[in-house]
Ligand binder design. Structure first.
Ligand code: ZN
Ligand code: ZN
Length: 347
């Protein structure tokens, strides 16, 4: 089968690899119909994620059809259409029992990390019963790829951790796919103001179309000053960090209102400065989270009812054979205006 393989920092290739097998009784083999590329895959390619070995098939998002199941898989059968979660969970360990699937003792984020991932014609899914979600037969599968990672991430790490509530004022720092997924799911809770901060006017314009009430281009103006002005000098109830660099995190520290929440989503590779000399008295909460995907069933329902429309984030479509071009397009998002790139490998 064809698969996108990591060949060490800066190197990747579409290669021929053997079709995976059901190895354990709890495994399922899934024929991938749609997958996508995540910002995390770009981090891996830069060599930032040391757990990813050379030769690994990348990808932790996708939908497909069950090809084969191990004897201990009871909930799925060949032919079922499924959503693949970016988080694998055994459902049985102490962390899974607490809903902390991202820290499953035998799972967590392993797809396209410590085991082969979804940017391939087929993928082996461990703990299939608790790591896959059934999709209805009748619906188009493209939009559901956005539920593997970005929507649960934006919703759980940003909206739920940020305690977004009716009438509140929130700022989302970063208008990439995760920031925009946060923006869309934040609207379940009807905040009064959603201030979007980014350096790219095109992304800000997209944010406006998707429901942002105020836009701040942090390359053109002092973002902290502007957000304080827009919030009447008070700051925001939730400052949601969706970039992962020290500057954006420190911006969240400067704009959080007394009693507010700094909800971190970004993947940070460098340490940040925690300004406790200013924050110690401000009754703020700082949250961090690796997405658990506990909200996936809820999000599936909102997509099926039309309340949530993930297709607005898909800007480009490619065949699996063109995945190299898909990576180039996604990697140069400022020029190509890419948000999510969809990769199809035929059903
Ligand atoms: Zn991801
Ligand atoms: Zn577990």
């Amino acid at each position: 089968m064809k698969a996108l393989v990591y060949l060490g920092p800066g190197k990747r290739a579409l290669a021929d690899r053997p079709k995976p097998l059901v190895e354990l009784p709890t495994d399922a083999l899934v024929k991938v119909s749609k997958t996508t590329i995540c910002g995390t895959d770009l981090h891996i390619l830069k060599g930032d994620v040391p757990t990813v070995a050379t030769g690994r098939i990348l990808g932790h998002e996708g939908v497909g059809t069950i090809e084969q199941v191990g004897p201990a898989v009871s909930y799925f059968k060949p032919g079922d259409r499924v959503l693949i979660s970016c988080i694998t969970s055994c459902g049985k360990c102490a962390n899974c029992r607490k809903g902390l699937y991202s820290h499953c003792a035998q799972g967590g984020w392993i797809l396209g990390n410590t085991i082969d991932g979804t940017q391939a014609e087929f993928v082996r899914i461990p703990w299939a019963d608790t790591s896959l979600y059934r999709l209805p037969e009748t619906v188009d599968d493209e939009q559901f790829v956005m539920l593997s990672d970005i929507f649960p991430t934006g919703y759980e790490c940003g909206v739920l951790n940020g305690k977004v509530s009716p009438g509140g004022t929130i700022a989302i720092v970063g208008a990439g796919p995760i920031g925009l997924a946060t923006l869309l799911t934040a609207q379940f809770y009807a905040p009064a103001e959603i201030i979007m901060v980014d350096v790219d006017d095109h992304r800000l314009e997209t944010a406006k179309q998707l429901g942002a009430t105020q836009l701040v281009n942090s390359r053109q103006e002092d973002a902290a000053e502007r957000v304080m002005e827009l919030s009447g000098g008070r700051g925001v109830d939730a400052a949601i960090e969706a970039v992962g660099v020290p500057e954006t995190f420190e911006l969240c520290e400067s704009i959080v209102a007394p009693g507010g929440v700094i909800a971190n989503i970004g993947v940070h590779g460098r340490s940040v400065e925690l300004h406790l000399e200013k924050l110690w008295s401000q009754n703020v909460t700082l949250t961090t989270r690796l997405v658990d995907t506990v909200s996936t069933p809820l999000l599936l329902k909102t997509v099926l009812s039309g309340r949530l429309q993930p297709l607005s984030l898909i800007t480009h479509r490619f065949a699996l054979a063109e995945i190299g071009t898909a990576y180039d397009t996604f990697g140069q998002a400022a020029e190509t205006r890419a948000l999510k790139v969809l990769i199809s490998s035929g059903r």
